[in-house]
Every structure is written in C-alpha cells, then in structure tokens.
Design a binder for this molecule. Structure first.
Ligand SMILES: *Cc1c(COP(=O)(O)O)cnc(C)c1O
Length: 373
C-alpha cells in the first residue's frame, strides 16, 4: 500500500487522444500498440478501456506472453491480438496458445512461415506478414519477395490477411528524410508484386506515431499508433502539431526539506551545492524507475521550478530550489514528477538523454497504478 506516490492513469485522456487520432486518420482502422505493458501503463486496464469504451478492436503486442496475459484476463472479448516480434512459434506450448486463444502471429521469416503453413491447426489462422522495406530488423527482405510469393502459391494461398512494414526513422521530419519515401515506394512495389501474382491483400499498414503525425502511410487500411495515444509526440528535430496529453501523471510528495548553503554537501558522494537554497527529499528513486539519469530534470512546486541534483538513490531524490524560502514548502504536499502536459515527459526524456517511451516503460511495480475515468 502506497498512498502518496502513484502512477495515475486518466482514461478519459486516452479517449481524448484517440478522438484526436481519429481526426487525423478518419478512414483508417487502428491497431493500438500495447506492448511492454501498454508502454508501462498497464496492459489489461488499457486494452479493457480501449475495447469497451473506444471501440478499438485490434491490438499489437511484442511477445506471445503478453498476448496470453491479455486473452486470459479478458477472456470473452473478441478483439484481435497480433504478436509482432517475439513469436516463439517453435515452442510447442506457444504454438498451441496461438490456436487455442486465437492470437495472430506476425510472420516475418521463412522458418515461421513454414511452421504455420505446414501445421493443420493453423489452417484457419489469418496470414499476417511483415516485410523488410529497408529498416533491416525483422521482415521478409526484398530479395526474397519472389520466393515468398512462390511459397504461398505452392500452398494455394490467394489472400494475405494483413501486410505490413515498419519505418526506421519516421520521427524525423519527412522533408529531410528520404528513407521514409524509399520504404513507402518499396512497400507499394511489394503490394503490386503480390497482386500481379493473384494474391490479394485484404489489409495493410505502415504508419506508427511518427508517420501518422506527418500524414504518411494513411493510404493503407490500418495505422499502428503507440506513443501518441499515451500522449507525447515522438517527432525529433521538428515541431509537431500533435496535441495529445499524457494519459498518466507521476505523483509523489515532499518527504522532508532543509535549507542548504553554497558550498555545503549533501547525500552520497558528498555532492556540493553551488548556491544557497532549499533542498526537498522526494520518496522516489531508481527503485521506482526514476533512474540515475534524472539528474538535471526540472520539477515544479507552486510555480517554483526545482532541479534534481546529486546522486539519485534507490528510494529518494533531491530536488533543489535556489534562493527559495523554506517556509514556502510544506512537508506532505503533493508534487508531480510529470503531469498531463506532454511537454513534461518530453522534457524529462530530453534531460535524461532518452525518449518518452523509456521514461514510461521504466516506472517500476513499486509505484501503484491508479486508474481514473
Ligand atoms: C511499437 C510499434 C509501433 C508503434 O510505434 P510508436 O512509435 O509507438 O507509434 C508500430 N508498429 C510496430 C510493429 C511496433 O512494434
């Protein structure tokens, strides 16, 4: 039980972000990416809300384990689950999970394709394929597309349920990013190749958040947003018009406070402070996912802006307010590490030298998740 340090998820903000997404993608179906525990926000709670309240019917995870967790928790709900990377199709009990729980693997290599095509239990499994159009991670490589078509023809397959690819750098502005155009062109070539060989493509998708924000890849039937639905824009080196709000806030409180004078030291390693001010102790640290690279992060309290200083501990951080008055801080008062303004978590990620995805994902189980509608 922990009452004053909480990761609070406002589900109404997810609804708000989704309706903003729909304005950008009125014609597309959504595969909501909920891997890594819904980017740290709680897999089951997020999907339950998105399915029942937002009408999202398709969800993407990374591993078969995540897919099984989701199916077992929401056993009666007939939404689709796609596993995008860690399939483990070769493991018997995983293979059975796909067919028993209707979980759809995204096939990205010939080994898995053979397993699926030669297993009669997969006879009615929709064929979801991933192509490598230049990112060079997972997916059938361009040089193998002809061979892929041949394999499908040998098995008399006339339709691909869903064809997808993934962009390597959709978070960079399209204007200075030839790669995204090359990948799109390659994907269009692939679609033509399948159709020229009498293989129909029922659905297709290419766009993750960066692409959607820039209006790229919306000609396909589906989009696959992740981070933008949790709030922040993911564009780098350019301004975004995405006005999503962080669906979470990380709330903690003032555990203790003291005055500190220039030249005095505090905490592990006897770090010296170089100005007079007030030091607050907040009861979050790397054990909560407020990692050691939070040093320098700005956190505000009643219009005063403090900075995380010194060594980050497992259970506590120091928040320093220069030239502040001790009386203006009240022990027990709530403090937000980040709030719902997407700029908060983006600024933390920038200062911590990482991306918002990681800031969300790393919040640990010690911080209770609270859901509000
Ligand atoms: C994670 C993921 C996405 C979503 O990416 P965002 O940048 O979070 O929008 C889309 N497609 C695939 C295959 C993914 O793994």
């Amino acid at each position: 039980m922990r009452n004053q340090t909480q990761f609070i998820v406002e589900l109404s903000k997810l609804a708000g972000n989704y309706s903003k997404l729909k304005k950008l993608t009125p014609k597309n179906e959504t595969i909501f990416m909920v891997k890594a525990n819904a980017y740290g926000h709680g897999l089951v709670e997020i999907v339950d809300f998105a399915y029942k309240n937002l009408g999202i019917r398709e969800f993407g995870v990374a591993s078969i384990g995540e897919a099984i967790t989701l199916r077992k928790a929401l056993i009666k709900e007939p939404f689709e689950i796609y596993v995008f990377s860690d399939l483990e199709l070769g493991i018997k009990k995983c293979e059975e999970a796909y067919t028993d729980f209707r979980i759809i693997p995204v096939i990205a290599n010939f080994l898995d394709l053979e397993l699926v095509l030669n297993n009669k239990n997969f006879k009615f499994m929709p064929l979801f394929l991933k192509l490598n159009t230049g990112m060079n991670r997972l997916g059938f490589a361009q040089k193998d597309w002809q061979k892929l078509i041949q394999k499908l023809q040998e098995k008399n397959i006339k339709e691909i349920y869903h064809l997808c690819t993934h962009f390597s750098s959709s978070f960079y502005p399209v204007s200075e990013n030839k790669k995204i155009e090359e990948q799109l062109a390659a994907f269009n070539n692939a679609k033509k190749l399948f159709r020229d060989n009498q293989i129909n493509i029922k659905y297709s998708s290419v766009a993750n958040s960066g692409a959607i924000e820039q209006g790229i890849g919306l000609a396909e039937t589906h989009v696959r947003p992740g981070i933008m639905l949790y709030g922040p824009s993911c564009l780098e080196r350019t301004k975004s018009s995405w006005s999503g709000e962080s669906i979470s806030r990380l709330s903690t409180y003032i555990l203790d406070k003291f005055e500190i004078k220039k030249g005095e030291s505090f905490g592990y390693a006897d770090t010296k402070i170089d100005q007079d001010g007030v030091m607050l102790i907040l009861p979050v640290g790397y054990g909560d996912g407020v990692t050691r690279n939070y040093r320098g992060v700005k956190i505000s309290y009643k219009n005063q802006i403090g900075e995380v200083v010194g060594r980050i501990n497992m259970d506590m951080i120091y928040l320093f307010f220069k030239e502040a008055k001790l009386e203006s801080f009240k022990i027990g008062d709530a403090i937000l590490v980040w709030g719902h303004d997407q700029k908060d978590v983006i600024s933390i990620a920038d200062i911590a030298g990482t991306i918002t995805y990681e800031i969300f994902c790393q919040i640990s189980l010690r911080v209770p998740k609270i859901y509000k509608i």
